[in-house]
Each structure stands twice: as structure tokens, then as C-alpha cells.
Write a protein that binds this ligand. Structure first.
Ligand code: NDP
Length: 324
């Protein structure tokens, strides 16, 4: 029987629940392939899965994104060959040296992109595609507000929105992160410790912004709403500080007929056509130079708990990759 190294939790909780274990890996079933994984993407969603904020059964191998090489094909697989380099997201069980995965959720990595870069950008880049193409298109010349602008998603959202013609105001927690956010393409930054809505009004001549990309949740929702122009879009897509409190419909009316949405990427890449459309947009943005992978932290797979501690302590910048 094939063996895989994995990071598994047996109950929800802190990083100490993440155990480095060996598991038997059966031969790939019909429609599946076996992957030797070369780089695993670290995402904040992995923290939510670990703590149980996003409920799921245990025991569970953590992680939803990785790149690797196809080692073996199950029955009926014709879309992928042994030796192909592929990447996926949205498949639980990614914190592993080897795994079986459904062939129809895998995307080939373009030759010019390394496995590590693919694992660093695939989930986060598709998230930015969802935010700026599928939910609401960026209008050239508009000024947008982006929370956690020096983080993993921020490192892609800021330059890609820039390339689509937006001026970006980024919110970050430290001066060092502010500097990095400027190199990603922010026009201005605000410290999270400041009164964000007041600073946004100052930076926009009192007008506010037409759209806020808010991944912080609990502590940022109200400042985000206060930063919007009438008919502005509150796109609340994450919970880094905890889930946002309930918002009454009347609050949206008071803000000026605001639009609120709480999207999840996996609803936008359900079909093969959607997955390929988003991937093509992301690879195209990388080919043009608009988006670059920015891997700033690397951890051995067995040290994934240390990666979680760093992510939750706001100590990471750009993207983080685990190495099986
Ligand atoms: P990041 O690298 O952006 O890390 C999270 C960042 O959030 C931190 O670096 C920190 O930046 C900021 N933050 C603010 N308050 C807190 C807090 N209390 N604790 C920890 N961090 C805080 O992570 P990812 O790029 O992996 O993900 C970014 C966000 O996008 C996450 O909220 C994630 O859930 C969301 N997401 C949502 C998706 C969807 O489909 N809806 C898909 C992908 C990601 P700073 O110190 O500068 O404030």
C-alpha cells in the first residue's frame, strides 16, 4: 500500500491539534489520479477549518490547495497524463505528500509558472478573479478600498485591480506592511489602528469609495460600510478577525442603498467551464506581468502548525507555501 505524509486533525482546536501522520493511500479510483504534491498553498480558510468555524467532520486532513505531478491514473481518466504538472483548489485534504484527486478538478500549470508559484496564487488569484470580474467589474479610474493589502489575497488583488485601472487604498496593520502594499500598487495606505472611514473620506475628497473588499470581518465591517459612497458595494469575503456581526437591511439603506454580498469562491468555480475561465484569466494576468506570485514564507509540511501560528498572529506577508 502507498503511504502519504499528512497533517491531520482529530478534533477542532488550535494549531496543537495539527498532527504529522502517515496514512495509507489506496490506488486512485475511477475518475481520479494520484498526485505527488510538490507545493501546498496556505490559506486562511485552513484556519477556519481547523477551528471548526467552517464545520466539517474529523478526523480530517487539512488544506484545500496544492500543486504536484500526476503519478498514476484511475479508470476512465483521459484529460490528464502521467507526468503532467497540475494545481487545484477547493479539494479538502491538501496538506499531504501524496493524494488522490478527481481529474476534472485539476488544472494544468503553464510551462512558465513553477509549481510553487502555482500553489501560491491559484486559490488567491481565482478569488481576485471572482471579486473583480464575476461579482462586479472594476471601473477604470475609480478608487477602491482593500483590507489586508499586504496579505496573500492582497498581494494579488492590489496589482490586478491596478492593472484594471483602479486606484487602490490599502488597509494594513504596520508601517512595514504599508511599504509592501505600496510596492504591490497601492496609491495610499491606512493603518488598521486609524479611523479607517475618516481617512478614506480624506483621501477621496469626502466622496468615499464605490467598493470595499473586506476580508477582515468582525472588526472591519462597520468602518467598511462608513467608507462607501451611496450605491456602493460592500464585498465582505473573509473573517480574519472573526465573522462579521449581523447587518440589518436598514443599515444598507442608511449608507445610501448599499449592495452587500458575502461570496465564497467555491460557488464560482463549480463547473469545469467556470474553473477554466477563471484559470485562463489568472494565467493571462501572470503572463502579462499584472500579477506575480510573491512567496514570502516557506515551511516544511511537518511544520504546518507553525505556519498557522504565524498567519493568525498577522506575522505573514504575501503568500505562504508548505513543502511536502
Ligand atoms: P492573509 O495573508 O491576507 O492573512 C490575513 C490578514 O488579515 C493578516 O495578515 C492581517 O493583515 C489581516 N487581519 C486583520 N485582523 C486580523 C486578525 N484579528 N487576525 C489575523 N489577521 C488579521 O490571508 P489569505 O490571503 O489566506 O486570506 C485573506 C482573506 O481572504 C481571509 O479572510 C480569507 O478567509 C479570505 N478569503 C476568502 C475567500 C472566499 O472565497 N470568500 C477565498 C480566499 C480567501 P494586517 O496585519 O495587515 O491587518
Amino acid at each position: 500500500m502507498y503511504k502519504a505524509d499528512v497533517i491531520r486533525i482529530h478534533k477542532h482546536g488550535g494549531p496543537e491539534e495539527m498532527l504529522f501522520e502517515q496514512m495509507d493511500l489506496p490506488a486512485p479510483g475511477a475518475g481520479q489520479v494520484r498526485l505527488r504534491q510538490t507545493a501546498v498553498g496556505l490559506n486562511f480558510i485552513d484556519v477556519y477549518t481547523r477551528t471548526g468555524l467552517y464545520p466539517g467532520p474529523t478526523p480530517a486532513v487539512l488544506g484545500v490547495e496544492a500543486a504536484g505531478v500526476v503519478e498514476a491514473l484511475g479508470d476512465g481518466v483521459t484529460s490528464i497524463n502521467v507526468g503532467d504538472r497540475v494545481v487545484y483548489n477547493g479539494l479538502g485534504g491538501a496538506y499531504a505528500s501524496h493524494r488522490n484527486a478527481p481529474a476534472d478538478r485539476l488544472v494544468r500549470i503553464p510551462d512558465a509558472i513553477s509549481d510553487e508559484d502555482a500553489a501560491a496564487v491559484f486559490l488567491k488569484g481565482l478569488t481576485v478573479w471572482m471579486l473583480t470580474f464575476e461579482i462586479r467589474r472594476i471601473q477604470p479610474g475609480e478608487t477602491i478600498l482593500v483590507w489586508a493589502a499586504a496579505g496573500g489575497v492582497g498581494s494579488i488583488l492590489v496589482p490586478w485591480a491596478n492593472a484594471q485601472g483602479a486606484r487602490v487604498i490599502g488597509v494594513v496593520s504596520t508601517a512595514e506592511k504599508a511599504q509592501l502594499a505600496m510596492t504591490y500598487g497601492c496609491d495610499a495606505t491606512i493603518l488598521a489602528s486609524e479611523d479607517v472611514a475618516v481617512r478614506v473620506r480624506e483621501l477621496t475628497g469626502g466622496k468615499g469609495v464605490p467598493v470595499v473588499y473586506d476580508s477582515v470581518g468582525k472588526t472591519s465591517a462597520e468602518p467598511s460600510l462608513k467608507s462607501l459612497q451611496p450605491r456602493g458595494w460592500f464585498i465582505t469575503y473573509g473573517n480574519a478577525s472573526g465573522p462579521a456581526d449581523p447587518i440589518a437591511p436598514a443599515r444598507l439603506n442608511q449608507g445610501g442603498s448599499l449592495v452587500m454580498t458575502r461570496p465564497g469562491l467555491f460557488h464560482f468555480t463549480k463547473t469545469r467551464e467556470e474553473l477554466e475561465r477563471g484559470s485562463a484569466a489568472l494565467w493571462g494576468a501572470m503572463r502579462s506581468g499584472a500579477v506575480k506570485a510573491d512567496v514570502r514564507q516557506r515551511f516544511a509540511l511537518k511544520d504546518a502548525a507553525a505556519a498557522h501560528r504565524a498567519l493568525e498572529a498577522r506575522e505573514t506577508i504575501g503568500a505562504t507555501v508548505l513543502r511536502p
